[in-house]
Design a protein around this ligand. Sequence first.
Ligand code: ZN
Length: 454
Amino acid sequence: MSSQTTPTETSSLLPGHRSQPEGEDGHGKATHSESNLRTRGIVWGALTILLFAGLVLFVGFQHVLEDRFYPLFGLLPKDPILAALAIMEKAPVIDGHIDLPFLTRLRFANNASAIDMESRMPGHVDIPRLRQGKVGGFFWSVYMDCLAPGKEDRDFLTPNWSVRDTLEQIDIARLLMKKYPETFHFATGSDDIKFAIQHGKIASLMGVEGGHQLGNSLAVLRQYHALGVRYVTLTHTCHNAFADSCGFEPGMIPRHHGLSSLGRTLIEEMNRLGVLIDLSHTSDATAAQALNYSKAPVIWSHSSARAVHDVPRNVPDNVLRLIGTKEGQKDAVVMVNFAPFFVAEPGQANVQAVADHVEHIAAIAGKQHVGIGSDYDGIDSVPVGLEDVSKYPALIAELYKRGWNKYELAGLAGANLLRVFQGAEKISRELQAAGQQPAYDLYRKRKDIPRMEL
Ligand SMILES: [Zn+2]
């Protein structure tokens, strides 16, 4: 049966075989045609296999293929981390607050030659991890702590080393920037930030974390500015001659009920110089008054949302509502702090919880008014998934998953801070063009300057 059926089956697979004429020519033609058909069969077979293999590849590795080819069409990969990395390639992170200089003071006694930032550093920051995390810039916090509680007198006149120590912190920050010129680009303006990012470097700015570091003196502010400082946090955890702090625990008793009159003069001088007013650590009254009084946009260099986690260091909704571009509002950026104590209940701080703070600030103030101020190297624990500077893409990816588009994510990463900084620079240029003079006010409680009667 098989011997009889085989030719039939063969011929049926080759339609037209039996219709071919007999004879030499006919036979020749038939052989040629047979080979043609065979070739065609092989080609079609191969094509079918290829098509099938293509389909399997497309279905099985759809995400991989999309992720490989989407950037060619200006689209983002589906994979959230790849999407975050693609966005951050163009819009890297500009972190509002990193305590690297304080870590180097505590761990290396500010000896720049003993510090190797190209290897693993003891804290959350070193060059390999900054690169991995797509960092385009950060404010190096040149911080010194408040006097111990009870050491400061009511008028903030207790002699101390705050100004010397701040100068030492500026010194170590500048020394480290100079030690790694291929990585860090000293930045004092928004153009410097853009230049650094365009040249693949990390814009390195400086911020003084507390009015107590000014020694009650506007002249010291001007000298910090001359050394490159571009923000001053009005208070740290202590009140000072300029403004009230929120402290650390609830229940801080106010001293000025917001800004003092010297504090308002400080704001005028910061506006004139183009030094950003940083409202992290301030009391709610200080924040609301400063936001209202400043002509320039302001920042919270490292603060989260109180409605998400109720601690005094986070920004309440009534203050967030003062941020914006409408009547009675001011442009600002709240740069979300990663410190677990400010993010969530013990053990609950993770990428999602930090993203909740970002989304709450965005919901009240707008997506253009939120940024990143990790507090890395200044915190002793970290949220799960945001362990160090290499992990910023995880936060961007989390918000990408929640539907933020690339422009909104670029804003969060750094562009919102850049806009606010440019706004402050514009106000500074305008005030100086209008002839505003430096403020010469002295703290009226100072007794050390002789006042000669002329
Ligand atoms: Zn702080």
